[in-house]
Design a binder for this molecule. Sequence first.
Ligand code: MYA
Length: 575
Amino acid sequence: MPPMIEQSFMKALFHGVIAEDMIFPYPELPSDDRENTAMILDSVRRYFAANVDAAKIDREHAIPPEVMDGLKSLGLFGLQIPTDHDGIGLSASAYARVMQEVGGLDGSIAVTLGAHQSIGLKGILLFGTPEQKRKYLPKLATGEWTAAFALTEPSAGSDAAAIKTRAELSADGSHYVLNGAKIWITNGGFADVFTVFARTSSMEEGAKPKITAFIVERGMGVKNGPNEHKLGIRGSSTTELFFDDVKVPKENVLGEVGRGFKVAMEVLNSGRLGLASGSLGMCEVLLKLALERVNERRAFGRAIGEFGLIKDKVSAMLAQTYALESMTYLTAGIVDGKVSDYSLESAICKVFGSETLWYVVNDTLQIAAGIGYMQDYPYERMMRDARINLIFEGTNEILRCFIALSGMQGPGKALSDVVKAMREPIKGFGLLSDFAVRKARSVLGRERLTRAHPLLSREAVIFEEFTGELASNTELVLRKHGKEIAEMQFTQKRIAEMSIDLFAIASCIARTTRAIERRGEEGARREIDLTSIFTTAAQKRLRQNVHDFSRNDDELRKAVASRAYTDRAYPFDIV
Ligand code: MYA
């Protein structure tokens, strides 16, 4: 049998295959969602304008209870919960659109709502039994109950599988007893329902633990510590959680016993997309602030917007935000299209979204200059609120490793099958010839993006060329290093950077093609220009990454860092 190409646009790309039917036509909000979403956005805008003071929430480290009640009455706690469980039943795309709006209006509220539904209750939506759904979803939809996601522990952050919280089945088999602690749990101070991950196998050195997910109610005995004092998103609640002999009925196991790690990962896949849309919302508000500022502020007898270095910043921020918006809604459309594996795409959206936001907030603050640094203006708060996105829901470092290793898994498997087939040339003939065809395709760059509009042919050629480079460099490093690749984070980073830029270019091309087909060249001028600027910048990074596979100072960097860890003369001992 020929090796399977995974049903994921990005995973296929690692084989050098451009699965263009997965991204063309660029998706649209499902029609039954459109009206609903417009109404929700309208009421969100009105409610926030009249009732939400983001500066006060930040200053007082709390979202006022009446605001929480208002958000609940708007239905914002049940956006993706199906209507037959009393939610609004929005698609992933519509949910992303609402989270985008909220993210731009208040970071603390966006995080509170995100922790509740992007991750807190998402496990019940994805893996809950009909009874669990009936019991929990209606109350979670109205906000009568709120939810939190409890994975992280003092010794298990990026290494999520290293959790120590234990769940022991009782002697009569009726319930589990949970013992342990979690840290940095968003909504920890008030949530009523927690998705908790605990070991259901013994602690064996070196062995992968069996983890199980549980729905745990506060009333079962969950305790929390005080709210943490944070750099930003200060109105959100972040606490420790303690489980001391907490009895959880066995009916509250979420998914299968021992399969909780998968539950956690699937929930995070969807959470990461929510984070990207919140980041996008903040970028768009910041861009509006920047555009107002460059017109208002005058220097040397002109509006500062007249200056080249300001135009450079504004055009780059617009192009990068366009790419973020394009990839976020492409991924949401992929989810709505019932593609089951969007793990790479959503991790890319999270990394690209949080880094675009960090870049946009920094450059907007720079344009605002003096007032950017002052607490009377929103810039410094937005910068503090933005920073966490690079850290939570998977640090951008661990996600780069995840993107590279997960993407390379398919080609790695194909290569090892080929090695096996070479030992049995007759049986393995089909496999070998298929491999040869795919290899020729990726190396010669024969894979084409045929559905890109001809006006975007320069961008399409760049995409095709570097798709070939991604596939051939993936194969090269796999052949050269084999399993050692798991330890080679400098190389993983290059592979991840290339996939992020390629997904961004593909998203821009698909979306801009739709714009040109609908509105013609002049009508789509804005999209065409932003795609061009983004692709030119991405091409420079792609070239650099390809170059660095073979010529780099990785070993020197590793040696210098290792020496610095032990050498007391570092950093600099001049005298
Ligand atoms: S919640 C805490 C977030 N924590 C993390 O994200 C942890 C990061 N670590 C990991 O993801 C994993 O430990 C990694 C794997 C990836 C490092 N989809 O052997 P393995 C499968 C599907 O590689 P490990 C928070 O911060 C894999 O294929 N499957 O595992 C919220 C394999 O399967 P199989 C996946 O080396 C804060 C198995 O798992 C995935 O241990 C509040 C084992 O894999 C995946 N993604 O490490 C946020 N990954 O066995 C509110 C792995 O079948 C946000 N697998 O081959 C709201 C935002 C709003 C915006 C705000 C604006 C201001």
